[in-house]
Design a protein around this ligand. Structure first.
Ligand code: ADP
Length: 566
């Protein structure tokens, strides 16, 4: 009798939405299509905010950024095969960056896919996802949806955060089961990301090393930013006086103008430090793998990381501190008696002197760029910097080659977690996804500083920005090319690096506000106006096509061979 009463029935789609809601999911980033369109509709009707994108990679990047900003897995929803693969780019990138994210994709009929009978969008998505993600799960029965969602969320945020793939075949989404049985199959996670405390001996080992150091250095990474242990980090750094270098997404964890920041003496700091404490930062390519001569060959490393297997991945770790950043910093502060660790004043002075030198050197370049015509990257960026100083709450999204390197160094951050950039892969294409998530999750204004090439990867999402009327100002540093815009071509075709666009006209097609800026003053005026209006805007900054270097700061990564240009 109960089975005939529709109120007593539920289905896979309802169970997915109910399970997500039960676990506090407030937003889904996705692209609809077979078989998940009704899932998006129902999520929206049930009070989950659904943000619809134009391409799954962008929806995925948005989910990843949401994960970084909220410590809850960002949810990306895609269709099968091609949509799934588009999303997978972002899911893999999230995993590489240690951002918590869950990609839920609909998939085709198992009995057809597994015999390769040629189904609509046929693909073994579970197998395809596995090498690129922290974990991949498939749900085969509607009664397992609650379990699948719980498992995906816990895996994404516990331990080292990462990307999780959850495969839900169309048949499971449509499966009808008894509503009571369905409700009883869902649960809410208890303590999904438990604290992980370090061993006291491990803490004391690190304290001993730091206490004996002549030239100690702290490196703050985006894992430290993610951990939200801002006050403990500040207390440890300030009470010990140890100089620190922030990785790009850790900028603002302590304000960039902090007296202990060695960012402007970075090369010297790395070369000379004798005890280095890495806090939520890996010794990967971004830190030259910890190798000499960039680093002091005798440096001893302390590493604070939630992933035990990160230790010794590049250099011997003299004092591993395995635990979450908050718990480790708390233990360090508690167990080091006041005055036990103090950075020798000589070391601090040496770094300060080098900083002063470097800043003086840079100021000449900055000054020259202020008046250069056509406008240089640094001319536009100083204007952006000045306007951002008036708006310290604004989030900065940043990608490109020169646009990334120069903006990172020119634009100081005052607030934690307000800079989102190309990250561990140095990837292009995160721009609009990250910007949209930052706007949706925080409600604060966003300034996306984009190279013209980088912007192109996600540029169509300015339609999404306009459709949801998000307060995002996209600033395209347009030097008409990848790296530069003045490469000669060997044929009648444009050079491989050449580009050509008036991006300000694009946003007008979607109802946003477009600006073209040819001088730093025009950049500043447009940015001020756009931020004050709080509406979707795009400023196309006309940059000298001869300004910019091949691959920015990482030209050395290009293979040399016999035809190398550099
Ligand atoms: P960056 O690129 O800024 O140097 P990485 O992404 O290389 O930073 O490193 C981040 C590290 O932080 C990863 O090794 C990750 O395991 C670690 N991590 C992430 N969250 C936490 C946390 N809550 N506590 C401790 N370590 C964390």
């Amino acid at each position: 009798e109960g089975a005939e009463d529709p109120a007593a029935l539920t289905d896979g789609i309802h169970l997915v939405v109910d399970a997500l809601k039960l676990n506090g999911v407030e937003t889904i980033y996705g692209v609809v299509g077979i078989p998940i369109t009704d899932l998006a509709r129902l999520a929206q009707a049930s009070g989950i905010r659904y943000i619809g994108f134009r391409h799954e990679s962008d929806a995925g990047h948005a989910a990843a950024a949401a994960g970084f900003l909220t410590q809850k897995p960002g949810i990306c929803l895609t269709v099968s095969a091609p949509g799934f693969l588009n999303g997978l780019v972002a899911l893999a990138n999230a995993t590489t960056n240690c951002f918590p994210m869950v990609q839920i994709s609909g998939s085709s009929e198992r009995h057809l896919v597994d015999l390769q009978r040629g189904d609509y969008e046929e693909m073994d998505q579970l197998a395809a996802a596995k090498p690129f993600v922290k974990a991949a799960y498939r749900v085969h029965r509607a009664e397992d949806i609650g379990r699948g969602v719980a498992r995906a969320i816990r895996t994404a945020i516990s331990g080292r955060p990462g990307g999780v793939y959850l495969d839900i075949p169309a048949a499971v989404l449509g499966e009808v089961i008894d509503a009571e049985k369905g409700a009883a199959s869902l649960w809410r996670l208890v303590d999904p990301a438990p604290r992980q405390l370090p061993q006291p001996e491990a803490v004391d080992r690190a304290i001993d090393l730091l206490a004996g150091a002549e030239r100690p250095l702290v490196v703050l990474g985006k894992g430290a930013a993610y951990a939200r242990a801002d006050e403990l980090i500040r207390e440890f750094v300030e009470s010990t006086g140890i100089p620190y270098v922030p990785m790009s997404m850790a900028k603002g964890l302590l304000p960039d103008d902090h007296s202990q920041s060695a960012a402007t003496a970075r090369s010297l700091a790395l070369k000379k430090a004798d005890v280095v404490m890495l806090v939520g930062a890996r010794l990967n390519w971004l830190l030259g793998h910890g190798d000499a001569p960039q680093w002091n060959p005798d440096a001893k490393f302390i590493q604070v990381d939630i992933a035990a297997t990160e230790m010794d991945s590049n250099q011997p770790i003299a004092a591993p501190l395995v635990g979450d950043v908050g718990s480790v910093m708390e233990a360090l502060v508690e167990r080091s008696k006041p005055g036990r660790i103090t950075a020798p004043p000589q070391w601090r002075e040496e770094l300060a002197a080098r900083s002063a030198q470097n800043v003086a050197k840079m100021s000449g370049r900055l000054k020259a760029a202020e008046t250069a015509h056509p406008m240089k990257f640094l001319g536009a960026l100083q204007a952006i910097r000045d306007v951002l100083r008036e708006n310290p709450r604004a989030y900065v999204v940043n990608e490109g080659a020169n646009a990334l390197d120069l903006a990172r160094n020119t634009i100081g951050m005052q607030v934690p977690r307000h800079r989102l950039d190309s990250g561990t892969w140095g990837v292009m294409g995160i721009g609009m996804g990250y910007a949209i998530a930052a706007a949706v999750e925080t409600g604060d204004p966003i300034v996306a500083i984009e190279g013209d090439s980088a912007f192109g990867f996600s540029g169509m999402e300015i339609e999404t920005v306009c459709r949801y009327n998000l307060p995002i100002v996209t600033v395209v540093l347009n030097n008409s090319g990848v790296y530069r815009g003045d490469d000669a071509s060997a044929t009648d075709d444009p050079a491989p690096t050449a580009l050509k666009a008036r991006h300000d006209l694009m946003i007008e097609a979607f109802g946003g506000q477009g600006y073209q800026a040819k001088t730093p003053d025009e950049v500043a005026t447009a940015l001020r106006e756009a931020l004050a209006a709080g509406v979707p805007a795009l400023i196309d900054c006309v940059i000298d096509p001869t300004d910019g270097t091949e691959s920015g700061n990482i030209a050395h990564l290009n293979p040399k061979g016999i035809t190398a240009k550099h």
